[in-house]
Every structure is written in structure tokens, then in C-alpha cells.
Design a protein around this ligand. Structure first.
Ligand SMILES: [Zn+2]
Ligand SMILES: [Zn+2]
Length: 111
């Protein structure tokens, strides 16, 4: 997400926040973008991937819309500590992208 009230003509790195923990970006940790400027940081993605994909957990009530694809989906969903919900599909896509991104030392959690 972008910081509410941020100057769109003069965006700073710290105007970008993870939708799920609201941590400010400092350019030093990985972030993956979804639709509508939604963002998930590498740490949230690690927890989300572990819980939904590896442990088959669902922490969102039925009917919750995914913050990253804006769809209401039947898959497992993960909710961040500061808000936002991510569906398993978006988590897998984000993890796949970050896993392959050589700029970041981020790997998909394994069991
Ligand atoms: Zn985060
Ligand atoms: Zn989604």
C-alpha cells in the first residue's frame, strides 16, 4: 500500500508499506506487488506461505476478499497482523516471483 496522504508527485521509498504488517519499505528488504498498489514484504510472505501452503491453514473468515487480487476465492487465505488478506494463489505467485528474483536472498520456505 502507499502511505495515506503521500505526495504522488514525489514518492519516497518509505511511502510504500507492506499491506499486511504496515512496515515501511527502506529498499533493503524484498517486497512483491499485487493489484492496485498492494504490497507484501518478504517476511509476511514467508509466514503466509508457511501457513497456507505448507500447513494448509486458513485464517480468514468466509467471504474475505484478497487484498492482492481483489477476488473472493475458495482457497486458503492468510491475514496479516496489521490487516489485509492474501489468497493462496497470490501467495504462491508472489513466492514464485521472489524466489526467482536474484536481487533478493529470499527462498520459498520448505516444511
Ligand atoms: Zn509485511
Ligand atoms: Zn489473491
Amino acid at each position: 500500500m502507499q502511505r495515506p496522504g503521500a505526495d504522488h508527485e514525489d514518492m519516497q521509498v518509505s511511502d510504500f508499506l507492506c499491506d499486511f504488517c504496515h512496515r515501511e519499505w527502506d529498499g533493503q528488504f524484498p517486497m512483491v506487488e499485487g493489484h492496485q498498489g498492494s504490497l507484501i514484504c518478504g517476511s509476511c510472505l514467508t509466514i503466509a506461505y508457511t501457513e497456507t501452503v505448507l500447513r494448509n491453514m486458513n485464517s480468514a473468515p468466509a467471504g474475505t476478499k484478497c487484498t492482492m487480487c481483489l477476488e473472493e476465492r475458495p482457497d486458503n487465505m492468510w491475514m496479516g497482523e496489521a490487516g489485509g488478506a492474501a489468497c493462496e494463489r497470490c501467495i504462491k505467485q508472489g513466492a514464485g516471483r521472489l524466489h526467482k528474483d536474484e536481487d533478493w536472498d529470499w527462498k520459498k520456505p520448505v516444511g
